[in-house]
Design a binder for this molecule. Structure first.
Ligand SMILES: C[S@@+](CC[C@H](N)C(=O)[O-])C[C@H]1O[C@@H](n2cnc3c(N)ncnc32)[C@H](O)[C@@H]1O
Length: 218
């Protein structure tokens, strides 16, 4: 390989790592929007290369727990649609998606798995009524710098009795005890039951793991 080709390859590798690393240094909503707009073109390639497993784990676990796979789901922070695709492959049929980044949503559209897609900052009040969705999925999105710990009770409050929620918390996010503390408050006051909890591979390519949870609204 010519010297210039080596240089170009090294540069691309460095650029790829820079995106994944950068995702764990986001601080504000504006940072997140700009970051994911810029990442949209190479997101699927980079995270697939690193063996992204959390959507598959979440979709399979939710399908096992679910009562009727045709009832509507919202994929919150759907990104390029990898999470929606995993849900369809697990058998769910009616999925809407929402995300902050228009560029990520454009990629999600091309997956052809969503009934509706809409842009929203989900740190703001959620633009749909309680009970609209029987399933809420937040995969790789409740995270430090993305959506704060209080997102967990905010989402649970949008479920009718018997509704389900699946979400993941990666290793970086698990370092902040407030995420799981919010969850355990909901268990203690009997708002939810945790049906499934599993710590496993998230992005094995960079040695990162995640905990996934399936909740049911009491
Ligand atoms: C790591 S990606 C996960 C995407 C997808 N769920 C997946 O598993 O591939 C995180 C997503 O959260 C979105 N996001 C970050 N902050 C957000 C916010 N405040 N409101 C809505 N979406 C947000 C980003 O635009 C990005 O698409």
């Amino acid at each position: 390989m010519a010297k210039d080709e080596h240089k170009a390859k090294d540069h691309n590798a460095a650029k790829k790592e820079a995106f994944l690393d950068g995702a764990y240094r986001i601080n504000t909503t504006d940072d997140a929007r700009a970051f994911y707009d810029a990442w949209a073109n190479s997101y699927d390639d980079e995270i697939t290369t690193n063996g992204y497993l959390t959507p598959l784990r979440c979709a399979r676990a939710l399908a096992q727990a679910a009562d009727d796979l045709t009832r509507p789901m919202l994929d919150i922070g759907c990104g390029t649609g990898i999470s929606g695709l995993a849900m369809v492959e697990a058998g769910f049929t009616t999925i809407d998606g929402s995300d902050l980044s228009e560029e990520m949503l454009d990629k999600a559209k091309t997956k052809g798995v969503y009934r509706n897609l809409w842009q929203a900052d989900l740190k703001q009040p959620f633009p749909f009524a309680t009970g609209t969705y029987h399933y809420l999925a937040a995969i790789g999105v409740i995270a430090t710098g993305h959506m704060p710990p209080e997102t967990i009770p905010r989402l649970v409050n949008l479920l009718d009795q018997g509704g389900f929620m699946v979400f993941s918390l990666n290793d970086h996010t698990l370092e902040n005890p407030d995420f799981e503390a919010n969850l355990h408050t909901l268990v203690d006051n009997k708002t939810i039951t945790i049906l499934f909890e599993e710590y496993g591979d998230h992005l094995p390519g960079i040695g990162l793991k995640s905990k996934i949870f399936i909740l049911k609204r009491n």
